[in-house]
Design a protein around this ligand. Structure first.
Ligand SMILES: Cc1ncc(COP(=O)(O)O)c(C=O)c1O
Length: 382
């Protein structure tokens, strides 16, 4: 089966992990700070806090920004559930802003209308979570300006977008967000198996998130209330979690970061080839974008007269593991039980109904891609 996405593992990844297995520390050794410093340099951001998943990064980001019961967090329905769930972990309420039908990203005009309406009749959000769908960056400058005007903080969910460029700077630099979250799940831009990071330019947020990822504990002499107790001493100063990344994972991450630029180059090349070879078919193709990280290549099927379900089943039968991103979050039973209903976010619902993610990952060969294109063309024209 040719999947829609998969990790790329080379001998250097294996060597890095083996080196940790043969060392003194499997966790809490030198690799996590090493990985953090590579991430921070790559993204040109002063602080990277590595954790055991993108979901954990979203959770501690919400906590560091003080999200509490009764507060509101707004995000997009066209995302993985974690972008919304992080608010529920804090007891806060979730609401959604519909997406732009072309990009699948939060529609910032709709956001502004909702902010105007809500200013007079409801609770403005404490946090807004944009998502760079498929690795196509949102307009973060406009969002940041709205944040200043309406007083909300921004957690940028860049789980799909490590390595993407946004107006001349790297996604992950957190210039137009309070915290930017990355995920290193196997299908993402790099992998640590499970893993994630929270990037920030604010020293106090980084310090808080470092404590939150390890039970709320610090050993930093400058932060201890009782620094003379002894060299063994640590303090728990808040309620935190065990969200630590292991050294095994961080070592894999270091090796993967060494190949991130070549991963990006290949993804961008494959995306260009899809555009060239599929543009004659009645399909909606994503906007050409050399700045995107191309985590996914999503096509829209509504013009071709074939149902998404039949297309999915047919291509799977032929050995192509196409996928669907995403069943809109507000339609998940958990969110329906909170009061959300079909029809509330029609653009996201339409984007879901007609969308299919087709194979795109660094190790996909041109021959494999061409064979998939032939199978898709035959189906669409048949
Ligand atoms: C947009 C988005 N946000 C958050 C996450 C959660 O990341 P993780 O799987 O590393 O917890 C994902 C992962 O699929 C994602 O796609």
């Amino acid at each position: 089966m040719i999947p829609y996405s998969r990790q790329s593992i080379a001998q250097e990844d294996i060597d890095h992990v083996l080196a940790v297995l043969q060392s003194d520390f499997l966790t809490q050794g030198p690799w996590v700070p090493g990985f953090e410093s590579i991430l921070a340099d790559y993204c040109d951001c002063p602080h990277a806090v590595a954790v055991n998943s993108g979901t954990s990064a979203l959770h501690i980001a919400c906590l560091a920004l003080g999200l509490q019961p009764g507060d509101a967090l707004w995000t997009t329905p066209m995302t993985f559930v974690a972008s919304a769930n992080c608010a529920r972990y804090c007891g806060a309420n979730v609401d959604f802003v519909d997406v732009n039908a072309e990009t699948g990203n939060m529609d910032l005009e709709l956001l502004e209308h909702k902010l105007v309406r809500t200013r007079y009749s409801g609770t403005l959000p404490k946090i807004v979570v944009p998502v760079h769908f498929a690795g196509h960056p949102c307009d973060m400058k406009t969002l940041f300006r709205l944040g200043e005007e309406y007083g909300f903080k921004i957690i940028e969910d860049a789980s799909h977008a490590l390595g993407a460029d946004c107006e001349g700077t790297k996604v992950g630099d957190a210039r137009h967000a309070h915290i930017t979250v990355l995920s290193f799940h196997p299908v993402k831009m790099i992998t640590t198996a499970e893993g994630g990071a929270a990037m920030t330019r604010h020293e106090e947020l980084a310090q808080k998130m470092r404590m939150l990822r390890t039970h709320g504990i610090t050993k930093d002499a400058e932060l201890l209330t009782n620094p003379d107790e002894g060299a063994w001493y640590y303090e728990q100063q808040m309620l935190g979690y065990n969200y630590r990344l292991t050294d095994l994972q961080a070592a894999l991450g270091v090796a993967q970061m060494g190949r991130l630029n070549s991963f990006l180059e290949k993804r961008r090349l494959l995306a260009k080839r899809y555009r060239e070879k599929l543009s004659g078919l009645p399909l909606a193709l994503p906007t050409d974008n050399d700045q995107a990280s191309w985590h996914l290549y999503r096509i829209g099927l509504s013009m071709c007269g074939k149902s998404r379900k039949d297309t999915y089943d047919h291509l799977r039968e032929k050995g192509y593991g196409v996928q669907v991103h995403y069943y809109p979050v507000h339609l998940q039973p958990y969110y329906r039980a909170l009061g959300f209903k079909p029809g509330q976010f029609p653009e996201a619902e339409g984007f879901y109904e007609d969308g299919l993610s087709i194979p795109l990952y660094p190790d996909l060969t041109f021959e494999e891609q061409d064979a998939f294109i032939a199978a898709l063309t035959e189906w669409v024209e048949g």
